[in-house]
Write a protein that binds this ligand. Sequence first.
Ligand SMILES: Nc1ncnc2c1ncn2[C@@H]1O[C@H](COP(=O)(O)OS(=O)(=O)O)[C@@H](OP(=O)(O)O)[C@H]1O
Length: 267
Amino acid sequence: MIAAASSIPRDELLFSYKGILYPAAVCNPEVFKALESFEARSDDVILAGYPKSGTNWLSQIITDLITISQKKTPGRESSVNAEEEFPYLEIGDAEKYEILLLIRNPKDLATSFYHFSNGLATLPSYETWDDFFTDFMTKKMAWGCYFEYLSEWNKYADQENIMTITYEEVKENPALAVKNIAMFFGIPLTEEELQLVVERSSFQSMKKNSEKTHGVFGNILFRKGCVSDWKNLFSEDQNEKMDKAFEERVAGTKLGKKLKYDLYCKA
Ligand SMILES: Nc1ncnc2c1ncn2[C@@H]1O[C@H](COP(=O)(O)OS(=O)(=O)O)[C@@H](OP(=O)(O)O)[C@H]1O
């Protein structure tokens, strides 16, 4: 499906559902409609992340944690296939289940999204970074505007069943991040299990394993896996524009503070 999309004209690549754009090759309005009445089970685990925030990274960590937890559950030892049990979903009522909310600094996220858009046939590609930046700042992105995404999730960030984690904090101290995630989902871990999850979710391990886990898509997905790559793309003027938008729209919120913008997004 991803390869077939390359022949689709640019203006047919995205469709709008309730005011937000989605890639037509992988999303379907019928699915969104059906998900409005989706009922989750109380032990379902949901990972919410805007594109390029590190979703595949955190789903690797959660999948391993679930596998470890299931191995310890009597009667489920042999039925472990966590990958199959962790599909992508768009969700309705956010109150019924525990949600790990993943966010990433907007400059690295935009940088990652730009390279991804140009590597993937299902998304509109961009001749220049400047063109991408303009669209990113004016709500023309697939999966909507990142600033709106942050403002919307900010309404729920205080709820007990939501744990927010940043890409940067997992990068800074992976062991602590895995420990906190495991604690949030009530999964006890031995020191050995913790080290295993950390090792298997390192960028190097995931990239090395990516052909098996993601096929050819792996090469596009596991690009650099670092913090501050934005410094290679952003102009002075673009820095000013994004700093201003962040200050006006997100800086004062709980999620805004959690992102440590001054540390990760100022030169
Ligand atoms: N293990 C690990 N460690 C550090 N960073 C990692 C890891 N796995 C994925 N990544 C980086 O996450 C970026 C992709 O984000 P997503 O998985 O959310 O992409 S997607 O929206 O599902 O396509 C993308 O970021 P960039 O490298 O900056 O493009 C990936 O490289």
